[in-house]
Write a protein that binds this ligand. Structure first.
Ligand code: CS2
Length: 470
């Protein structure tokens, strides 16, 4: 019988597993929307390391839009949770937690494989208490809002942008000063996208205040954080000696590139390893195309071939070679990478990260929301001279959308546009004018159609093996 993680339990934890800051000591300066695993393993960890290094009242109040799944355990644990870092060497709860020490990369802090993060000071369930969210945004102490709300929330009818507008209106009325809204979602020019969305929604009497007081910097975020499983909780308990029902698992790698355009200060994330730059765009393009696009390719081809995890998909004969070829031809041709960075080296590193079997990152998790992801991950490659592999990825998505793997077992299409997708699964219906993923060039649509027939005839595994460069 072990106890549960809480402030009172911290003194019983191994020293290397304790938070970097004293939970509750700093005032709240940040609000985060989206209490998912990614936020906990990324922005929360960076913010904690920033406060540990440079101080500042940057404790975070986390807003869960509508789900209690994470909120309830977090509240029961004084908002403490741990990050279990999974390197290639650690494969199951049976490993001795002290045998393989992956270490956290954030903040250069040497720590054990599991460490509690003390950055979150409070939480709100927006669906239950929208007024509390509005009050937070009108609080002069709150100067930064970060968001991980997924691609599909960047629409005027979604709940989060409406709450932001209500909160900003209250902030203007309270004369609470400038604020920055930092999108951490996988969208190109995510800050500009958010700004455009909000600019289109602000009421007339808020327009001048908004223009003078709100900035929306862009950022590129990166860390592979699979959904928490029972195994994650087992590992956390083994390492901490207490149970942690809000634990998350993550790879050792972590990166954050941020446009430095903050209206009223920010945590010293640079001290935690984040990079500030004037233009995030080349980083966003690189990540979306050379990492996320390849991730999606593995998710659809792997799911069709009956592979459970991304790392299993990558072990299909020919898969790594085919994706490396895609990176060095179509992806490399589509962009100018950030200075000093090679698309091929970056892509090779992404493939190495995907090969991390310990993560157990499921193909079906990455396959979610394809209509929202593929436009920025794969469609830009259609401008390459011969985008045959981009067409293969789109074909694999289309076959996935048909709802069955190559062995006939059902595949669930988890996508906000699932009904529209299913209503017309023909290549013209999906990719023609008015389709969910419009592909302008009829020759590309013909290529997609050819790939779909080949996938149906041979199956994904055999097709990948046959198409891989010798
Ligand atoms: C993945 C991303 O689920 C997905 O679509 O491609 O969540 C990916 O793991 C992260 O962007 C890595 O930073």
């Amino acid at each position: 019988m072990t106890g549960q993680l809480s402030r009172a339990a911290l003194s019983r934890l191994p020293a290397s597993a304790r938070p970097l800051v004293e939970p509750g000591a700093a005032g709240t300066g940040m609000v985060h929307f989206g209490l998912g695993a990614f936020f906990r393993a990324h922005q929360a960890a960076y913010t904690e390391a920033a406060m540990a290094h440079s101080g500042g009242d940057w404790a975070v109040t986390a807003v869960a839009p509508s789900s209690r799944t994470v909120l309830d355990p977090l509240r029961a644990q004084d908002h403490l949770f741990s990050v279990v870092t999974l390197g290639a060497g650690r494969t199951s709860a049976g490993d001795s937690p002290h045998q393989i020490r992956c270490g956290h990369t954030i903040g250069g802090v040497a720590a054990g494989p599991t460490r509690v993060v003390g950055a979150i000071a409070g939480s709100v369930l927006a669906a239950e208490d929208p007024q509390a969210v509005v009050a937070l945004l009108a609080d002069p102490g709150v100067r930064v809002v970060t968001l991980t709300v997924t691609e599909k929330a960047y629409r005027p009818e979604a709940a989060v942008p409406r709450l932001l507008i209500a909160g900003l209106a209250a902030r203007a009325r309270a004369d609470a000063g400038p604020i920055s809204l930092l999108s951490c979602d996988n969208l190109p020019s995510n800050g500009r996208t958010l700004d455009r969305l909000l600019t289109g929604m602000v009421p007339d009497d808020l327009r001048d205040w908004y223009a003078a007081n709100v900035t929306c910097p862009s950022s590129m975020v990166d860390r592979i954080v699979p959904a928490t499983t029972a195994q994650t909780l087992d590992l956390a308990r083994a390492d901490l000696g207490v149970s942690d029902l809000a634990a998350v698992a993550a790879e050792p790698f972590s990166q954050w590139v941020i446009e430095d355009r903050f209206a009223a200060g920010r945590p010293d994330w640079a001290a935690a390893g984040a990079v500030f730059t004037a233009d995030v765009t080349p980083w966003e393009h690189l990540k979306l195309r050379a990492l996320n696009g390849v991730h999606s390719a593995l998710a659809y081809l792997g799911a069709l071939a009956g592979r459970e995890a991304i790392a299993d998909a990558l072990t299909m004969p020919g898969a790594a070679g085919l994706l490396r070829h895609y990176l060095s031809t179509e992806v490399a041709a589509s962009m100018t990478p950030p200075p000093g960075v090679s698309v091929i080296a970056y892509g090779d590193q992404a493939l190495e990260r995907f090969a991390n079997h310990a993560l157990g990152h499921r193909c079906l998790q990455v396959a979610m929301d394809g209509t929202q992801k593929l436009p920025q991950r794969v469609l830009p490659m259609l401008a390459a001279p011969d985008p045959r592999l981009a067409c293969l990825i789109l074909a694999a998505w289309a076959r996935f959308a048909e709802g069955a793997a190559d062995d006939g077992s059902p595949l669930d299409l988890n996508d906000p546009l699932a009904a529209t997708v299913r209503a017309d699964l023909t290549t013209e219906g999906l990719f023609g004018p008015g389709g969910v993923l419009p592909v302008a060039d009829p020759a590309h649509r013909a290529q997609i159609d050819t790939w779909r027939s080949a996938l149906a005839r041979h199956g994904a595994a055999a097709l990948v093996a046959a198409e891989a460069p010798a």
